[in-house]
Design a protein. Sequence first.
Length: 159
Amino acid sequence: MVRIYVLVALVFGAWFYWFGPRLQPALVDWLKKKMLWVVLILALFALAITGKLNGVFALLGVALAFVWRLVPLTLKYAPYLQKIFGVFKQNQSQASAHKASGNMTREQAFQILGLKPSATEEEIRLAHKKLMLKMHPDRGGSDYLAAQINLAKTVLLSD
């Protein structure tokens, strides 16, 4: 049965190879979409006949459960990630100036640590520790983000 599917796929592939360039692009796109649906339906039919469709549904169930549990976790850490990646994007757009000097303004440092400009030394150290526990490279964080967090602490405590 699989040999028949492979033979049909080879025939259609050869047909597209020889006659495809002569057809209108809109027609080729339409045929590709239709062929994709035909191949998908034939594959599902073959899996159903051979009794392997249960494996596909099991894989789909595992993927759905994974996504179901990942969404609340992503929403929980979204504000922190949004702050840090916002600063990351801003720093990348200004990368040439910052790479040469490595300077960071106090405003950027407060933004990275998520603090107000009136923060005390204790609050700065606590915010740094809290972010480093989440974004440390040994815990799956980025080297770049950890360096930015450390630089923010240094800038704020240097005065």
